[in-house]
Design a protein around this ligand. Structure first.
Ligand code: HEC
Ligand code: HEC
Ligand code: HEC
Ligand code: HEC
Ligand SMILES: [Ca+2]
Ligand SMILES: [Ca+2]
Ligand SMILES: [Ca+2]
Length: 223
């Protein structure tokens, strides 16, 4: 009896050590199909995680042929590999930073990749309360983002690059939207998209005059 009560916690601790010690290797989201696909279906189909939103063709084809003119190595190192999230072969003028070239921004330029480019993307998942993956984890269970997050208007490094057809994170030109909902990305993860995000307010104002339609600050008095 005594040995049983002693050994059970020992076994539990041993198993827990194995489990948590290897968790980041097994579940690591270093690549698209190692965790993201728990919730996002195949990249090769045209479904969206956003209710009512549809892609005109597969996410793969819209990304590679519409958003970009056949730039395979913005995502792949070898054609057809399961892409790393923040590393790729690169294309002329475009560094090999993978998905983070559009789904992230460097919060601390000039320093080596600090693994926090995707903090806005993670914040969007937290804000939208997407819940846990198949391993029972939230993004924050593995990621500690410590640097200040940049705003919606911070321009990702691939935007406007050679043969890239996405230009404006505030989506004033519509170039960040490729689906039925008319929205681009919530780049900083506060759930406000594009021009509805206050980070984009000023740019919208100066680009087309009175985009917000908010007249409360207007003054009828002629100076
Ligand atoms: C636990 C489920 C889950 C996991 C895991 C997950 N996602 Fe998502 N993701 C969602 C849901 C749900 C949405 C839509 C949320 C909303 O806006 O209502 C979403 C939205 C997105 C968006 C659109 C964001 C925007 O600005 O509208 C991108 C891009 C994305 N996910 C990429 C990823 C990547 C890359 C990974 C892996 C690193 C990942 N997701 C892992 C559930 C998940
Ligand atoms: C936006 C990022 C992105 C770009 C750009 C991209 N791919 Fe992919 N590709 C992916 C992802 C993600 C997968 C799915 C990997 C998985 O699920 O294992 C994939 C899968 C594939 C596959 C395997 C599935 C299949 O269709 O047979 C091939 C081959 C492939 N890509 C070729 C290409 C070629 C060629 C180009 C350039 C014309 C390209 N890809 C551009 C992200 C990309
Ligand atoms: C089980 C642990 C785990 C979970 C859960 C997890 N990740 Fe990660 N993720 C990792 C590891 C490990 C890396 C690789 C870090 C490295 O290379 O140093 C990584 C890398 C990333 C990167 C590239 C690094 C960067 O620049 O930000 C992104 C983006 C990313 N994850 C997004 C997400 C999102 C979004 C979620 C939640 C939907 C998520 N991850 C949940 C373990 C996890
Ligand atoms: C050239 C810029 C660019 C690159 C590179 C890029 N994406 Fe995207 N991605 C976008 C844009 C813009 C959207 C939003 C389109 C829309 O919703 O209208 C998007 C949307 C998505 C979504 C949302 C799908 C949904 O549920 O509606 C996922 C998931 C995604 N990308 C994954 C990836 C992954 C994984 C990679 C790297 C392998 C990647 N993207 C590389 C620009 C890019
Ligand atoms: Ca859209
Ligand atoms: Ca936002
Ligand atoms: Ca945006």
């Amino acid at each position: 009896m005594k040995s049983t009560t002693l050994s059970l916690p020992c076994i539990a601790l041993f198993v827990a050590t194995l489990w948590f010690g290897s968790a980041s290797d097994i579940r690591a989201y270093t690549r698209w199909a190692n965790g993201c696909t728990d919730c996002h279906s195949d990249f090769l189909d045209s479904t969206s995680t956003k209710l009512g939103n549809t892609w005109p063709r597969s996410k793969h084809n819209v990304h590679r042929e519409d958003m970009m003119n056949d730039l395979c190595f913005t995502c792949h190192v070898d054609e057809g590999d399961n892409p790393l999230l923040d590393s790729s072969g690169g294309e002329p003028g475009l560094p090999g930073v993978g998905c983070m070239g559009c789904h992230g921004v460097d919060p601390d330029p000039g320093t080596p990749n600090n693994k926090e480019w995707g903090s806005g993307l993670r914040q969007h998942h937290a804000s939208a309360n997407v819940g846990t993956d198949n391993g029972g984890d939230l993004c924050v269970d593995c990621h500690t983002d410590t640097l200040a997050r940049l705003g919606e208007n911070a321009v990702p490094v691939y935007y406007g690059g050679t043969d890239v057809n996405v230009f404006d994170p505030c989506n004033a030109d519509g170039s960040e939207n490729w689906t039925s909902d008319g929205l681009g990305l919530d780049n900083d993860g506060d759930l406000d998209y594009d021009a509805a995000d206050s980070d984009c307010g000023e740019a919208g104002f100066f680009e087309d005059g009175f985009e917000s339609g908010d007249t409360t600050a207007w003054d009828a008095t002629v100076p």
